[in-house]
Write a protein that binds this ligand. Structure first.
Ligand SMILES: [Zn+2]
Ligand SMILES: [Zn+2]
Length: 333
């Protein structure tokens, strides 16, 4: 089978021909239909994640169950599934006992077994989530990282009915965050540092669009501020600024990784009692919920589609910030 493999950091992925893998105990083999490319893949490619090379990238994998390993129940050949980042915890630690395997020190992820940019992927059965029949593969794939992440981000903001919510950073995650927030019925502001995204931001559900000129926070405040700011922006300068646009007891939730710090003005923080919070894929229920929003047509990723052998073209566009708005590899129809 073909597998797009990271063999050396910062070097193009290699399309290798490797043996079809056999699932071990508790695992499944999935015939891949599609696999999304995420901004995090670029961090991995640069060597910012603890992966051993060679490794197959791809943490938005979707496909059909092809073979079951020993001891797998509840799944059968032909089932449509996707695999989320954390597939399984150790089962024994306090976090796992609380069904919070995302915090488990021994959590199994795609970094252990390899990801979805290949024809057949091995995954823990526990990491598989069913994909509703109505969803096509390319639409389903981005739900497994981007969609899951933004649904958890929305929930981590502790939104209240009537909250005015802003999303800063309109890319792969942000365009889905806008749609999730809109689906939940909030007044919605899209904030972007890139001119020319206004019309598309409105098509994703934004009631207002702020294209930042000087200072994201002051400009947001001038528009009346927001109770919640959900950030998918890699600009930590803008993330720092935008806090000034939070209303009293506002919540800022960030999902974007970066090496720069976010600066919090302590006087601002205490006078308005704001919360600054990080968020990642949290409860599996968030993934199931965003899949259901996709089935309802309320969340619809805007896609660029590629073949597996075009993976480096897509990775380059992702690195350069040119993807509008999610790139997906179509592997089998
Ligand atoms: Zn991701
Ligand atoms: Zn554990």
């Amino acid at each position: 089978m073909r597998a797009a493999t990271l063999t050396k950091f910062d070097a193009p992925l290699t399309l290798r021909d490797v043996p079809v893998p056999t699932p071990g105990r508790g695992q499944v083999r999935i015939r891949m239909h599609a696999s999304g490319v995420c901004g995090t893949d670029i961090h991995v490619w640069h060597g910012h994640f603890p992966v051993q090379v060679p490794v197959v990238l791809g943490h938005e994998p979707v496909g059909t169950i092809d073979e079951l390993g020993e001891g797998v129940t509840g799944l059968k050949a032909g089932d449509r599934v996707g695999v989320s980042w954390v597939q399984k915890g150790c089962g024994a630690c306090g976090h796992c006992q609380r069904h919070q395997d995302l915090y488990c020190d021994e959590a199994v992820t795609w970094m252990n077994h390899g990801g979805g940019h290949c024809e057949f992927m091995i995954a823990e059965a526990a990491g598989c989530t069913r994909i509703p029949e109505q969803l096509d593969w390319a639409t389903a794939a981005p739900m497994f990282c981007a969609g899951f992440t933004v649904m958890s981000g929305y929930r981590n903001a502790a939104p209240r009915p009537g909250d005015r919510i802003a999303v800063i950073g309109i890319g792969g995650l942000g365009h889905l965050a806008l749609q999730v927030v809109k689906a939940m019925g909030h007044e919605l502001i899209a904030i972007t540092g890139t001119p020319g995204k206004e019309q598309e931001a409105r098509s994703f559900g934004a009631d207002h669009v702020l294209t930042v000129k000087q200072h994201a926070g002051q400009e947001l405040a001038a528009m009346g501020g927001a109770d919640v700011v959900i950030s998918t922006s890699n600009s930590m300068a803008q993330n720092s600024q935008v806090l000034a646009g939070l209303r009293p007891e506002g919540r800022f939730v960030t999902m974007a990784a970066g090496s720069e710090p976010i600066a919090v003005d302590p006087l601002l923080a205490l006078s308005r009692q704001i919360v600054v919070k990080g968020s990642m894929q949290n409860r599996r229920a968030d993934l199931v919920d965003v899949l259901e929003l996709a089935v309802a047509g309320k969340v619809k990723p805007k896609l660029e589609l590629y073949r597996l052998d075009q993976v480096n073209e897509l990775m380059t566009r992702q690195k350069d910030g040119k993807v509008r708005y999610r790139g997906v590899l179509q592997i089998a129809r």
